[in-house]
Every structure is written in C-alpha cells, then in structure tokens.
Write a protein that binds this ligand. Sequence first.
Ligand code: HEM
Length: 945
Amino acid sequence: MKRFVLALSGILLLSSVCSIGQSGSTPNPKKQEMIELQACAGAALQGFRPIAETRAQRFNGKVALLTALCRGGQKAVQYRFTPWVDFTNYWGTGDLSSLPKGYFSTSIPQLRGINGALFDLEYQRIELIKFNLFDNNGTYQDYVQGRDGVVGAAIKTWPQMRLPPSNPYYEAVGGNGEQLCKGGLIRARTLTGICNDIRNPLMGSTGTPFARNVEFETTFPDLEQNQLTKNRHGGRINLMTPDPQVISRKLFTRAQTAGNGCNNGFGSPLFSTDVNCDYQKAPFFNVLAAYWIQFMTHDWFSHMEEGHNAGEMMAVGCTTQKVNGVETQLTPEEVQKLGCRPADQVDKTYVLQDSAPPTFTVGDRAFMMRAPKTFSNNNTAWWDASQLYGYDDSSVKRVKRDPNDPAKMLLEPVAGKQGEYLPVLGPDDLAAPQWMGQESAAFPDNWTIGMSFYHNLFAREHNKFVDEFRKQAAKTPNADSGLRNPSDPTRVIRYKEVSAEELFAVARLVVAAEIAKIHTIEWTPQLLYDEPLYKGMNANWNGLLGTGDPDDSKILADIVVKGFGKSKNATKESQWYSVFASGPGIFGLGSKVSHYSITNPDNVNGGVNHFGSPFNFPEEFVTVYRLHPLVPDLIEVRDAGKDPNQIVEKVAVIETFEGKATEAMRSRGMATWGLSMGRQRLGLLTLHNHPQFLQNIKLPRLDTPTQQLDIPALDLIRDREHGVPRFNEFRRQYGLRSLRSYDDFVDQHLPPDSQQRKDQEETVKQLREVYGTHVCDASKVITDAQVNDDGTPINDCLGHPNGSVVDNIEDVDTVVGWLAEYTRPHGFAISETQFVVFILNASRRLFSDRFFTSSFRPEFYTQFGVDWVNRNGPGPIHMEAGTPNGHKQPISPLKRVLLRNVPELTPQLQNVVNVFDPWARDRGQYYSLEWKPRAEAASDPGFQQ
Ligand code: HEM
C-alpha cells in the first residue's frame, strides 16, 4: 500500500512539475519549491535504498524519481533518462546558475543538492569496494569463498603476500614461519615498498602484479574467451582493429587554424611568439596541473623497466580503415592524407604471466583465479614519493645525497639563478642513453619540464624540512623528538640524537605525505571543481567532521545512523568502514588509539583496510590516467623577472623533453617555469585534442625505420595489450549505465541549435565511421554485469528492435569513450567514467597505507614532521584571506611549498587560492568557470585567446 501511495504521489508530483514547465506561462518558483518539498517528504518515507546485493542491483548513480525531484527539481528529473549520473543536476552542484531562482531561500535547496550528491558518492564508493576488487596474486578464491569462517571481504592476511625465500629480507620477517615485519623494516618507507603492511610484507612492492577492477572473465575481450564477449564484439576487434593510428588521426588530432605555424606541434625553432598551436583549453586548470599528474603516475605505476618495454618489436597500425563497415587496406594516398606512418614500430609490453589461469567453481559458476595475462607494476604501488626516492636497486642509485649532510638530497647552485638544482646524470650513472643530460632522478623516464620542476621543487622541500628540523634541534636539543626505534622502543630519541639517516627517512615520509595531501585537497578539488567534491575530498583527508562545518557532521550522522544504522544487510565490515571513515577522515585513521605502542602490531598496522583484496593499482586505473590531451604543444613563457603579463617566447613542449628539459630549467629557472605553467591553461580531456607533437614524436631509443611513434595511438594499443574491456562494458563493470548508441555522447543539456551541439553531432558521425555499425541479434546476451530496467538481460540490440542496425558502441576503446563524454558534472576536467575509477582507487591508496593511517605518528614522522604535514609547513597554520567559494581555509599546501622554496614567486602567488587554477584568473563567485583576468592581468594576451 505504502508503495502504491508513493508511486501515485510521484506521478502526480511529476505531472505537476512538468505542467509548470510546459504551460507556456512563467513557472511559479514558489509552487515548484513546494512540490520539491513534498517530494523530499515522499523520498524520506521511501527510506534509503539498500546497498546492492548483486551487480545487477547496483546504484548506477541514478536515483528514484522523488529523490531527483527533491535534490534538483525539474532539471534532475529531466535528465534521469540519460545514461549519465544524476548528482550533476542537483541544486548547488554547479556555479551560481545551479541555484534556484525565486525560491524562499537558495541555501536550503543547495544543501539538499550537495548533501544528496555526497550521499550518491558514498553509495558509489561502497558498491565499488564491494564489487570491483580483483587481485591478481591468487587471493581471489578466498575473496569469493572466504577462509576459515571469515568472509572474503574481511580477510586481512594472505599467504600470497609473504616474502618469497629469494627476497633478502625473507629471514628478517620470519622466513618459513609466521611473517611479521619488525625492527628497522617498519620504521620508515622501504626501498621496494615491502613491509608497509607489516603482516603482508610483499603487498604493493615493486614487481608485484597490477590488480583489476573488472571481472577477470571480461578482460581481454578480443580473446573472446566466453560467450558473452563473443556476443558483445562479434569478432570485430583485435590488437590492431579498429586501426589505432587511424583512430588517432581521425578522432584525436587537434585541428589547426591554417597558417598558424604550429608545424605538427613542433612550433618555431626560434620560439617565436607569432606561431600558435590551437588546442581546446580548460579555463580552471593549468599546465602545472597537467604535469602534476604525470609526476604522480611516475610514483604509482610503471609497465616499463628502465625506460623500455619487453624488446620484441611490433607494428602499430596505419594499415586499415572501415569503408562501408568493412576493414579495408589503406592506399598510399589515404595514408598520406591521414598523416599516419605504417612503418612505425614499438616494443611489446612486458607480460608477467600468460598461462591459462586456474579456475574454481562456486555452485554452478566457474571463476578464474586471475586474469588470462598479468603484468607487473615495476614501481611500488604505494604513494611513497618513490619517483623521488627510488623503488629498486637501479633507481636508488640515481638518488644523490649531499655528502656534507647525508640527511639531504644533493643540490647544486646554477650560475645566475636563485636556489639550488638537482645535479645532472653523469657518464658513471646508471641511466638509459635517452636520459643523458637530464637531472639525476629515481624515475627519469619521459622527463619533461614539468618533471624537472616538481623533482627540483620537492628535493628543495626535502632539504628545507631538514634545515628547519635542525633549527628546532638547535633550539631544543634535549627535547623528545617523538621518534622511536622499534628495535629499542623505550629509548627516547632527543632532537640532537636524530641521526642523518633517520632524518633522511623522516623527510621522505613527510614529503610523501605532503604530496598526498596536495593531491587530495588541492589538485583534485580543482580537477573536480564543484562544491560536493570540495567537501568530499576534504572529508577523505580531514574527515567530514574535521572541516569545521556543522552541516557536514550532520551529513555524516545521516549517512551512518539513518542510512546504514538500520540496515539488516550491513554484515560485511568493508561496507561500513568506508562510511565510518567519512567521519574522522581516512588520513590518520587508527593513529589516535589510546596506549599506542610501536611494539604492538595491532597499533602499528591497525588503521589499514584492504577490504579483502591486497592493494595494487588495477590496469583500469592506468587507462584512465592516459591523459596526454592535457599537454599543450607550446608553452607560453613569461619571465618571472619581468612583466608577468607578457608572453616572451613560445617554446615547443618537445624542446623541453628529456635532456632539453634540464637545459631549459637551468637556463630560465624555476620561477619562470612556475609562472609560465601556472598561468597557462591545460588541454581539455576531449576528442580532437591530443598534442600533435605526441603523434609525431621521435624516440631515438627505438631501433625502427622511423624511430617515430604516435603516443596517442599507442595508448590504445597498450590498453588492448593489457586486456582492458571496451568502454561500455567498462562502465557496466564500474556500476555506470552503458550507452545505447554513439548519439548518447551528445550533451542533452545543450540547446538543439547550438554550435557546440552540432560539433558533438559531427564527432558522433566520425565515431560511427571509425567503429561502424552492425545488424543486431537480440538473442545474444552480451554481459552479466548489469540487466535492463525491466530485469531482462542486456543483449546485442541494446534496446533497439531485433535485426536493426545498431552502433558498434561496444567496441569503442575505453580511452576514446571517456574522451567522448561531453556530459560531465560541473567543473569536472575528467569524465564520470574516469571519476568512478578514481573514487575507488584514490580512497584505497589511503586506506591501505599504514603511513597515512595508523603509522602517521611521531614515532615514525617525529612530532615536528606530524605538525609539518598537518599545518602545511613549519610554524602555525597560515589562513587564506577571505572565504573562497564560501570556505575559510588554510593556505593551500602547494602554495606554501612554493612560497618557501621558490620565494621569487611570492608576488605572483599573492592572489592564488589553488595553485592549479590559472594564476591570473579571476575566480569570480561560487565555482565560476569563466576565463576572465584579475584586474592586474588585464593586459595578459592569454586572456584574449
Ligand atoms: C611531454 C609530455 C609527455 C610525453 C612525451 C609522454 C610520453 C609517454 C610515453 C613515450 C609513454 C610510454 C608508452 C609505452 O611504451 O607504453 C607514456 C606513457 C604514459 N603516459 Fe605519458 N607522456 C607525457 C605526458 C604525460 C602526462 C601529462 C600524463 C598524465 C597523467 C601521462 C600519462 C601517461 C601514462 C599513464 C602512461 C602509461 C604508463 C604505463 O603504462 O606504465 N603522460 N607517455
């Protein structure tokens, strides 16, 4: 009966809302508001939706009618029928235009909208943790079946995470018996990442396999290893089909204004400001942000080893295209017209395992124990600043320590430049030939001006920490530093007793935590520039209760108490945990227990949670970080010593690659590059926006006829080699709605006659040309990850009539798909598909790391280090002026790092709130995306473009 009343009231409310909008008369906002309030009451009666028990019941980011009406009014209702998530249409989740007009108040609907969005995000995270963890180490059977009476999601140790006898620390952790890291192995981050989890020493260490976030059976779709993938792709796809270089040239190339001098992305050899390379720009994100994420990926993962792949060469396409739906050889004329290169070759990816995976059965269902092929992550998976400090025996040799003070990194003066710089690799250093001339760094591959900037910056920060620590030690030599040696735990280590070796390790912990903090509360809220994500990211770090906003603690209370407190299904601790963590924040979780002892493994390790699946990044994570469109072809150089509004040169990015980056850094200096990259907008992540220079890059390391590569095409090839499912199945696996045709990419929010919409429709035609269409067969079921709304299986016709011609939307490469997503939440530089991958893995890399949870303690970081991380540097917290977007907040962590290490930038940073927002942009009010200069930058030509 309750259901019937609710359904009826929903229909009545909806019809009244629609009639308000369609009657031709001006909608009456007050009446609309009343309807929304009734909807809220109705939604409250309906109660919270349960956490899905099966994949088919997942939330998919789509809410019920009354909930949509309550949180976003008519707009939220209107777009419920698109495949895209609903929260983006709620009140207050955009700029000022997302607030209602003429309502009794704007703040109440805004609160409903933003709280609603936070609810949705938490539901997504819980279900992602529940359905998307697939470990490739052999633990998956236990995850599914449980072990010794413990459900899989609650298992905390795995035999597969023991150190093998070949590991030099095998005996030290217990050898053949129970393995437990102790003593020197638990004090700080280890070179290869072992002993982060002290009971699972191998976890996250260098050389362990990438995980997966999708069912193993759905990986490697071109192998057609089961009926579902056969039905899904109908024999249409393989490593080179559709042709990756053809996709790159037709769908990725940046269009150029004729005669702009772009020169295939290579600009002018004289760095003339008269040339230009067109690109689509994101108004709220700068080039520093582009390089930041490259800097991060160099910490998190690498498929390559010392700058190369597996050795065996392969062709990389530019051979066929679809003509009337049939793959047809390209003629030489077509090759020339496309601009691709059939003679390009590259070395194949390294494969760790490719034997048939063992299987197990539960009931009548067979499961693979791992993916058909696995690949090793040749970096530590931990967020441990390993790109700076090393991750194996070779990389650590490039980390140079100051012989006069081994607590410090070696830095040297450069003539005529303020501050010190990293030394350059010498002939005796262990380095691949292509790295010669670069700064010496643990992770030197694909070295860019951005890598040079951040490596120098954080080497300076490391040394700054050491200097400030020593100042403190000079002031209070006999005070307790907080540091403890687990081998001699009761001994107080006074400031003056902290050795250079200990201080180096502490500085690394601090720098790694600062980087994680910058990424979580500065880079990400600018990448996802809206209010729900500002709150969500700050909650991940500080906790919802830690933001100081009483509304936030109310949200938490609602989520936990009303939402899950009454659930009968909340038996699995993993579901609860992520929700509870929203309260205190993930960072520091488990570090504040009473009677904490460094000798108690349950204290040291107690804050971590792997949710039943050992931590490593999944292949799917690498896919969504293939962000090459962020990079412009030319960098607009502004001289920090002169008028910052003047572009003095336009330097091709390729002229700042590998050794040339170091040359450029040393000749112009950190301040000039900081200013230049801080002011310039980065490239939008969208189709037709890849840098041309990356399509034509010359890599002399390749012993091939052209020595050239199309990196955007290679992104597709690598994903295919790694068996990443194609876009639609990828979305279904992550709990998002799949698309029914290429037309679904077009943003329905745009007016039908707008140029933007016409451009999108044009791209849809190109997608159809490249990926094609086929006559569908409704008897072919294509997935077990989701079902249609009416509970029927999703079939080859995707809801279209049997036998009709449908788009090959199932074949679209995942990178192409997420680039084609024109419908995005406000201020999102990434798409919602990338975002879900991020929700899961960004949380996990904090949840799983004891140095960010229960070992974030003075015993490891020193008290000075803990304070440095919490307060963004030495001394007290410095507060930002004003209340940007309505928030009182500390000066951002990266701004503080820049102010103390590149002080020449102080005047430029004066009005900067977030270092990743273009520095001269007027941020306007409430999450404005306008490209407008602040008064003092009115003459900057960057604002005339
Ligand atoms: C001048 C700028 C850049 C250049 C020249 C460059 C070049 C390359 C090259 C040569 C590869 C190796 C391809 C292979 O053999 O598998 C690669 C991989 C990759 N790049 Fe870039 N890149 C640049 C910027 C970026 C940026 C800004 C990002 C942002 C996240 C990025 C993310 C990646 C990722 C995720 C991979 C795959 C790495 C792996 O599989 O382990 N790159 N890039």
